[in-house]
Design a protein around this ligand. Structure first.
Ligand SMILES: Cc1ncc(COP(=O)(O)O)c(C=O)c1O
Length: 298
């Protein structure tokens, strides 16, 4: 079955989906995006993703392409038209098409909206929950407004590529004070030797991850000790456990930082408990079961 994309009001075959060369996303990376997981044909955490998209647009003074009702209809149509059971929905909004010039285009220039969807075999990524992943650390070279989910991702791309070339799954980015901000496309967490779960507080330095938000709910429900604060690379290397969260990787234990084993070098017990509790929540929200995805941690 051929894939369908949504481009500025039309559903078109994916291989024919194009945007104008003067789309400001193409010219200036003047746009924002969202990635939502689809599980069992349902969008995971749709509302928080739409809230974050609205915030990103507001912060950059890009007009909202349409009201939330019709927006949701297109999101659902993308899942249905592409017949996706498990996969990812990508949403991008740019400031629109205008003759190339740095200032905002004339009043009335319509924002451009594109959505694509792809099926994913999440089995492979979920399987990593049992083996854990390696991360490397790198200087955070991004701009000062990382809370906005901007499509300008060069530093993230370079960091991820360096991680892959080093045989690691993710790069943890480090600020000028030696503190980990987040991963190149994930949020970063540790569990201290005293059993406190730590992740950086929200602010301009990190993306307010939706998976992070959901995991915070799980942590609160379980009554676990949590601190939203910065931690150094040294503290992370000395931590009992570490893990990452994102909409595409869900929650995965980190077993190595810069080649140094975290804890005993195996996925930690607290992280595994959290990941199980997180999946329970995801199963309740989407109706996905272990029959669909047998390797959901049990
Ligand atoms: C820089 C960065 N941090 C964190 C995340 C995780 O956010 P979410 O859980 O909303 O996918 C992402 C996701 O793409 C990201 O790009």
């Amino acid at each position: 079955m051929s894939r369908i994309a949504y481009v500025n009001g039309q559903y078109v075959p994916h291989d024919q989906a194009v945007v104008h060369v003067e789309d400001r996303g193409y010219q200036f990376a003047d746009g924002v995006y969202e990635v939502c997981a689809i599980l069992n044909g349902r969008l995971l955490d749709e509302d928080p993703h739409l809230d974050r998209l609205a915030r990103s647009l507001r912060e950059l003074r890009i007009a909202t392409p349409m009201a939330r009702g019709p927006f949701r209809v297109i999101m659902r149509q993308m899942v249905t038209k592409n017949r996706i059971r498990n996969g990812l929905l990508y949403i991008q909004v740019t400031r629109g098409v205008a003759r190339r010039d740095h200032p905002f285009p004339a009043e009335g220039t319509r924002p451009a909206l594109v959505m694509t969807a792809k099926a994913m075999d999440f089995g492979k990524i979920i399987d990593r929950a049992s083996s854990g992943i390696a991360v490397i650390t790198q200087t955070d070279q991004r701009w000062a407004r990382r809370d906005i989910k901007s499509i300008a991702l060069l530093p993230n791309i370079l960091a991820k590529q360096q991680a892959r070339e080093a045989g690691a799954f993710e790069a943890w980015l480090v600020d000028g004070n030696g503190h980990v901000t987040e991963g190149s496309s994930t949020n970063a967490w540790i569990v201290t030797r005293d059993g406190v779960i730590v992740t950086r507080a929200l602010g301009p330095d990190i993306l307010p991850g939706i998976t992070r938000l959901m995991l915070l709910e799980v942590i609160r429900d379980l009554g676990l000790k949590l601190e939203e604060r910065s931690f150094t690379v040294a503290e992370a290397k000395d931590a009992r456990e570490a893990f990452i969260t994102s909409s595409t990787a869900f929650a995965l234990p980190v077993v190595q930082i810069d080649g140094h084993p975290v804890g005993n070098g195996e996925p930690g017990l607290a992280a595994q408990d959290l990941i199980r509790a997180y999946w329970k929540k995801v199963m309740a929200e989407t109706g996905v079961t272990r029959t669909h995805l047998p390797n959901i941690p049990a």
